[in-house]
Design a protein around this ligand. Structure first.
Ligand SMILES: Nc1ncnc2c1ncn2[C@@H]1O[C@H](COP(=O)(O)OP(=O)(O)OP(=O)(O)O)[C@@H](O)[C@H]1O
Length: 322
């Protein structure tokens, strides 16, 4: 499956068309986008990644298209936008599903004729930019729900590539793990000779909800913990990373309390807490631990979200990458 995706990517990369890369978080969509750029005629020109989930809605046009001096209070000088920075190169719009309705309109206008006007400017400028986009959402569902513009989807989805989740990548899991082991062992000057059998079993058994990013982090941690010889299962520390699953036994115990209504109330609270934790883990993974970006995706206030995260005991820092 991954080989098919890579072969398709190579074909699409050389034609100057928009590509939509979809797949779960951490599967390597940005790496695919970079590969498309470096396999195209634009390879010597800039590759500009943009995390749409982190763009502030009120500033999105200025971020993308730049602004002129005096356009708003803080605009002390002309400032080029990301589109201008990507001139002749590639603009990579990650998490395109998180764009607000207003941002979708602005982007669509640009994609229709590659023309734009910086905020507060009088002149219409033209940009020669290839647009690649990525999403871990089902855009068709979002279109059906009225959350994503169909015309915008048609513009960005000229060619689509699905990156498979790590749990479906067979022996790739071990190959990737060995690649990361070599990289981190050399970074920390450790003499490690690979994975022991318990670690290999774990690499295959684990579900990898965070995909390659989770694998990279697990191997990184294991290399720090291991001294020499082979890395074993305990050092990977994966059992502690499984997302919380609804605990049926606990719920059934609660529901079968003598007072049925009380039992149901307690069961609801128990499920709600589990849902809250799973949802927030997903949200923080998606936004790499950036609480402001998470609040924008969840369409809630940052302060409120911060309080809820604190209550669940999750640490945004543990979701940060890089
Ligand atoms: N084939 C690979 N070889 C080496 N590293 C990889 C590979 N695929 C992914 N990675 C690494 O995994 C991490 C996640 O990859 P990337 O950021 O491209 O994922 P993504 O799908 O764009 O994630 P998100 O949806 O959360 O933005 C990065 O550190 C990347 O370098």
């Amino acid at each position: 499956m991954i080989r098919h995706a890579v072969a398709t990517l190579e074909r699409f990369a050389e034609c100057d068309i928009p590509i939509l890369i979809y797949g779960e978080t951490g599967t390597g969509k940005e790496l695919f986008a970079r590969t498309a750029h470096y396999n195209s005629e634009r390879l010597k020109e800039p590759f500009i990644p943009v995390n749409c989930g982190a763009l502030h809605d009120s500033l999105i046009e200025s971020e993308l298209f730049g602004h002129c001096r005096g356009a708003f209070t803080d605009a002390k000088r002309d400032q080029p936008g990301l589109v201008a920075l990507a001139e002749k190169g590639t603009l990579f719009l990650d998490e395109i599903d998180t764009l607000s309705a207003r941002a979708q309109v602005a982007l669509l206008r640009f994609l229709q004729d590659q023309q734009y006007r910086p905020v507060g400017g009088a002149n219409v400028l033209t940009a020669d930019v290839r647009v690649l986009a990525a999403t871990n959402a089902n855009l068709d569902h979002l279109v059906d729900q009225g959350l994503f513009r169909q015309d915008l989807k048609f513009r960005i989805d000229v060619a689509a590539i699905g990156v498979p989740p790590l749990r479906n990548r067979g022996p790739d899991r071990l190959l990737l793990a060995e690649h990361f082991l070599k990289r981190f062992a050399s970074r920390y000057g450790k003499r490690l000779s690979g994975f022991g059998s318990t670690a290999k079993d774990e690499l295959y058994a684990h579900n990898w909800p965070g995909n390659v990013r989770e694998l990279e982090n697990a191997v990184h941690r294991a290399v720090i913990l291991a001294d020499k010889g082979k890395v074993e299962r305990l050092e990977l520390g994966l059992e502690h990373q499984e997302p919380a699953r609804p605990n049926m036994d606990m719920a059934i115990n609660i529901v079968t309390k003598p007072d049925f209504r009380e039992g149901m109330k307690a069961a609801r609270a128990c499920y709600l807490r589990q849902f809250e934790r799973e949802y927030l883990s997903w949200l923080l993974r998606k936004t790499h631990g950036n609480v402001s970006a998470a609040a924008r995706v969840a369409q809630t206030e940052r302060r409120h979200l911060g309080r809820v995260i604190k209550r669940t005991g999750l640490s945004p820092d543990s979701f940060r990458t890089g």
